[in-house]
Design a binder for this molecule. Structure first.
Ligand code: ATP
Length: 458
């Protein structure tokens, strides 16, 4: 097995074993390209969303939030061009009848399923899931599950302008589910059929669009770097004219160096986030098709403008996968087992491999774990009291099962940044140890100072 594939397998297995991600409908054999988030996954995804919202909405004066419905009038999807153009080229293997996205076939063009090279001509396959509103299934009741959240923003543009006293340039941010009936799914959370997205539509003066595009490129790259993704694993790539979505004049991807290659055999650099200049395309289309003016009246110039839109768009599952891959470390550490006789006689300390997720504390699913050193009633009581108190502010976990070394490893593996241990000295000095996940260093601290200390660590 290639080293990279092995790395990916380890992440997938850790995600299942430790309750981050489960295959969708698993007991019925699963369902292609659909995953469920387990208790730790929902925390990690939630923390990613919080970090995004904090930066994009709370951290600025020019962006407001929105939560529009998943189901929209089907006319939205005709106006936006998605019914016509949101499609990928599909080919079918004449030998085994497997279907693939033509543009991501391997270089050899051999069928990834049976190895033959005998394909039907490509036909465009629309990626939107169709559904029906109400009890009658006819053309009039047909609509689609949204493939992007952006259209909910465009159709609410007038409502936001009318109610929020926003001034150009301003943005509308939204987090919500998107659905794409991808022809070929794969690489775990990388390409799935149901996923959450974080999208910002930043409305600006047409003249300022290029500068704002560059501004958002940098903002978005800095966000990943600030949350700990290694610089060498990120880069920009501009789309060629043939690749761009139907609504964009310019698109740049922030690519991540994934431990897998695309089916086309390209090295691991693939899209993490897309940043597009959508121009005034969407607002103009909706104005035309709905008959409702979508322009903005500029008080300063006394002119009506249809703003341009810069859109950074990121899938939460894809982001989660990048954060997990980047944080995953295996390193040598003193053994978690009680030391052997040789070790205690002063021979070289025993070592083992520890798995540690070096997630930024802001993203870590559990912020702090509290352990009694051993199962002693007095220590348990103090540890449980501390847990109860800290739980009011952070997602804290109490664990008394197995040796303390094993319990440290369990927390390392899920990325818990701090572990507090109550030991027999606690009974004398009302202090505990606080262990740092990455350095494994332990410091003693008074129980009354714990909250202040943890607060300062985020
Ligand atoms: P790709 O070329 O990888 O299919 P795309 O160019 O169609 O992606 P965009 O339309 O730019 O993707 O979507 C914005 C973001 O949404 C992507 O950068 C990615 O983070 C996420 N995303 C898109 N499609 C999927 C999917 N099928 N599964 C998971 N995340 C996705």
């Amino acid at each position: 097995m290639a080293k990279n594939e092995e790395a990916m397998d380890k992440i997938v297995s850790l995600c299942k074993r430790r309750g981050f991600v489960f295959p969708g409908s698993e007991i019925y054999g699963g369902i292609g390209g659909i995953y469920d988030l387990g208790p730790l996954g929902v925390e990690l995804a939630g923390n990613i969303k919080k970090a995004w919202w904090k930066k994009i909405v709370y951290g600025r004066d020019d962006v407001v939030g929105l939560d529009s419905a998943i189901l929209m009038n089907k006319d939205v999807w005709h106006a936006s061009g998605h019914v016509e153009s949101f499609a990928d080229p599909l080919v079918e293997c004449k030998n085994c009848h497997s279907r693939f996205r033509e543009d991501i076939l391997p270089k050899s063009k051999n069928c990834p399923n049976c190895g033959k090279n005998d394909w039907t001509p490509p036909r465009m396959f629309n990626l939107m899931f169709e559904t029906h509103i109400g009890p009658v299934e006819d053309d009039a009741s047909t609509t689609f599950l949204r493939p992007e959240t952006a259209q909910g923003i465009f159709v609410n543009f007038g409502n936001i302008v009318d109610t929020m006293r926003v001034k150009l340039p301003f943005g509308i941010a939204q987090i919500g589910k998107g659905f794409r009936n991808e022809i070929t799914t794969g690489n775990f959370l990388f390409r799935v059929r149901e996923f959450e997205m974080m999208e910002l539509e930043y409305f600006t003066y047409p003249k300022k669009a290029e500068a704002d595009f560059e501004y958002w490129k940098k903002e978005r790259m800095d966000w990943f770097l600030d949350l700990g993704i290694k610089k060498e694993n990120l880069r920009f790539r501009e789309h060629a004219d043939t690749e761009r979505a139907h609504y964009a004049v310019k698109s740049v991807d922030i690519e991540y160096n994934w431990p897998f290659a695309s089916t086309a055999g390209k090295p691991g650099w693939l899209e993490l986030e897309g940043i597009a200049n959508r121009t005034d395309y969407d607002l103009k289309q909706h104005a035309k098709e709905s008959g409702k003016d979508r322009s903005y009246f500029d008080e300063e110039t006394k002119e009506k403008i249809v703003p341009y839109v810069i859109e950074p768009s990121l899938g939460i599952g894809r982001a989660m996968l990048a954060f997990l891959i980047d944080a995953y470390h295996e390193e040598k550490a003193p053994t978690a087992r009680p030391h052997s006789a040789e070790a205690s006689r002063g021979k070289k300390e025993e070592e083992e491999t520890r798995v540690v997720l070096k997630l930024d504390p802001r993203l870590a699913p559990i912020k702090v774990a509290i352990l009694p050193l051993v199962k002693d009633e007095k220590l348990i009581k103090i540890a449980k009291d501390i847990h109860k108190d800290l739980k009011k502010e952070w997602n804290a976990l109490y664990d008394e099962v197995a040796t303390v070394g094993r319990r440290y490893r369990r927390q390392d593996e899920i990325g818990t940044p701090f572990v507090i241990t109550v030991d027999f000295d606690t009974l004398k000095d009302d202090s505990v140890t606080i262990r740092d996940r990455d350095s494994m260093k332990q410091n003693r601290i008074e129980i009354v100072r714990l909250k202040e200390k943890i607060n300062g660590l985020f």
